[in-house]
Design a protein. Structure first.
Length: 188
């Protein structure tokens, strides 16, 4: 198994990163959230934690910036497939995804492209109780991201706005104030 790859990022699109390491170019499938974090790093060296899936007709690497995200992918993909898992991880944060599954929030899951009501219900049935408990410590940020997603922002754009807004508000703020600042925040 290839557990991680460190190399120069030589090519990148919304679904795949190519890392050049020791004379080999590794094509690594990535979620949109990873793409967003590395899109400005073309030509730089980076490390992706990988999960390798070998099938009769394919041998694919899936890459993540964090070990926890890789672990979540490895928990989810045997039940719902790698493509659906990448889509979920690309549109929902780890905490929102865990919360949606554990609290049976079908409406959260169906916001992900390619996930309908039946698929969301199947995901919840298949995975309830199989994930590490979600953390409440980042609930203000996650609630803010979810609120912006609910009014039409993409999950990536919503997360950028909330994180930027959090930098300029007091530590003990409420969701309403965080959202007010986030809606006025400009991101590049």
């Amino acid at each position: 198994m290839i557990e991680c790859v460190e190399g120069k990022l030589i090519d990148l699109n919304g679904q795949k990163a190519t890392l050049f390491a020791y004379g080999v170019g590794y094509g690594i499938w990535i979620p949109l959230t990873t793409f967003d974090k590395i899109c400005h790093r073309l030509g730089e060296t980076l490390l992706l934690y990988t999960s390798q899936i070998v099938r009769e007709d394919s041998n694919r690497l899936f890459g993540f910036l964090e070990k926890e995200e890789k672990k979540l992918f490895e928990t989810l993909h045997p039940h719902i497939g790698p493509k659906t898992t990448l889509s979920l991880l690309g549109h929902l944060s780890k905490e929102i995804l865990k919360r949606a599954i554990e609290l049976k929030e079908v409406q959260t899951l169906i916001k992900v492209p390619g996930i309908g009501k039946k698929s969301a219900e199947r995901i919840i049935v298949e995975l309830s109780g199989k994930l590490d408990p979600f953390s409440q410590e980042n609930s203000l940020i996650e609630d803010g991201v979810q609120a912006l997603v609910n009014i039409g922002y993409s999950s990536v754009e919503a997360r950028k706005k909330i994180l930027k807004a959090q930098e300029s508000v007091l530590e003990k703020t409420d969701l309403q104030e965080l959202l007010k600042v986030a809606l006025q925040t400009k991101i590049c």
